[in-house]
Design a protein around this ligand. Structure first.
Ligand SMILES: Cc1ncc(COP(=O)(O)O)c(C=O)c1O
Length: 376
């Protein structure tokens, strides 16, 4: 018996969402962000599907370890480590596995060049990250041409120049995003004046794929949209998206509770009438947030039922109402469809005061994983 709480990644939905991205951006290359275990959807399965179907051209990870995991699973697509090289990164292992690294300053560029020489490699490509307004990481735009010169002089190949957009997903931030796009274009021109053409200039995350064609340049880097969520509720859905996650469990216990009795820790929920309560084997130990206590809902047999009381570490209770046909073993949908009803990662995110990215990243290893279509 496997643990009944199961997260199913719908690989064909990820593929369809990527095809939607391709249709929107024309002949630009597409990098699929598969960092953080593909936003909690299973990086090896998602990346392998992408390689098999040709749904994207590049993969994006955050750490050397994430890149090595994909190479270990036999993935051969180009992989860009989006976060810049850090002093303690195993750069030699990364280059030996043909990961493409990002650099942001003299130290990170020199570190990659030194590893290249130690390994006796030639033609190692790097991408230079410029900070055009995120204020997270990146070389200042005015310093980019000099750093590009140092990269070229060290024998590395400057294959890419990129930057990141903090508010491309919200129309209220459109003016800021337009300024960033201009700053990026200006920086790219100055860098190319200094060292010659740069093959891949890239800036667009999901928000910019959806709403800022001027940010598409040579390659786009969608993440959340390929898993079927909008990056922001205000983003215009210019690409049709299908949620790629179904999160389900099964009823383990059903009991009658009388009016006035309380349910779960802290006694925060009192039965307003005699009612049936179902217990389900999911809790914050599975990544089902305690913030959903008394706020979330689940679907059983196409009907919506509210969470009664606090979400526990391993179990949660649900109010079935005064009459019910629900039985032990019945399927419970936490995220996904049941009949005409649907619960999305965005709905849970709203209730938790966060974003859908976090909802899917929070799902813990205890949860059974499967994939549709099934993995070979
Ligand atoms: C550098 C970079 N590019 C692209 C993405 C994808 O962003 P999104 O998931 O909003 O499309 C991310 C994710 O945060 C990122 O850090």
């Amino acid at each position: 018996m496997t643990y009944p709480t199961t997260a199913t990644t719908l690989l064909d939905a990820v593929e369809a969402n990527l095809r939607g991205v391709r249709a929107r951006v024309g002949d630009r290359l597409v990098l699929a962000a598969v960092k953080a275990d593909a936003y909690g959807h299973g990086a090896v399965a998602v990346a392998s599907m992408i390689e098999r179907t040709g749904a994207a051209d590049w993969l994006g990870v955050a750490t050397v370890g994430e890149g090595l995991e994909l190479r270990g699973a036999g993935v051969r697509l180009p992989i860009l480590k989006l976060s810049p090289v850090r002093e303690d990164d195993d750069v030699e292992a990364a280059l030996a596995a043909d990961l493409t690294l990002s650099v942001v300053d003299d130290a990170s560029a020199d570190q990659v060049a030194a590893a290249m020489r130690r390994l006796g490699l030639s033609d190692v490509a790097v991408h230079l990250k410029v900070d055009t307004g995120m204020r997270r990481v990146g070389v200042e735009p005015e310093d980019a041409p000099a750093l590009a010169g140092r990269i070229a002089a060290s024998g590395l190949r400057l294959q890419g120049l990129f930057s990141h957009l903090p508010i491309s997903d919200n129309p209220a931030g459109a003016a800021f995003t337009r300024e960033q796009i201009e700053r990026f274009a200006g920086t790219a021109a100055a860098v190319e004046d200094a060292v010659g053409p740069v093959e891949l200039k890239h800036l667009a995350n999901s928000g910019a794929v959806l709403g800022h064609p001027a940010a598409w340049f040579d390659l786009v880097r969608p993440g959340i949209m390929i898993y079927g969520s909008l990056p922001d509720p205000e983003a215009e859905p210019t690409v049709p998206l299908r949620p790629a996650l179904q999160w389900r469990t099964a009823v383990t216990f059903v009991k009658r509770v009388e009016a006035g009795e309380t349910v779960s820790y802290g006694r925060t929920w009192t039965a307003p009438r005699d009612t049936w309560i179902a217990t389900i084997p999911v809790g914050y130990g599975d990544g089902y947030s305690r913030l959903l206590s008394n706020r979330g809902r689940v679907l059983i047999g196409g009907r919506s039922h509210p969470i009664a009381g606090r979400v526990c570490m391993d179990q949660t209770m649900v109010d079935l109402g005064p009459e019910t046909s629900v039985r032990v073993g019945d399927e419970v949908v936490l995220v996904g469809r049941s009949g005409e009803e649907e619960i999305t990662a965005t709905e849970l995110a709203d209730l938790m005061g966060t974003i859908p990215y976090e909802v899917t990243c929070l799902i813990t290893p205890r949860v059974t994983r499967d994939y549709l279509p099934a993995l070979a």
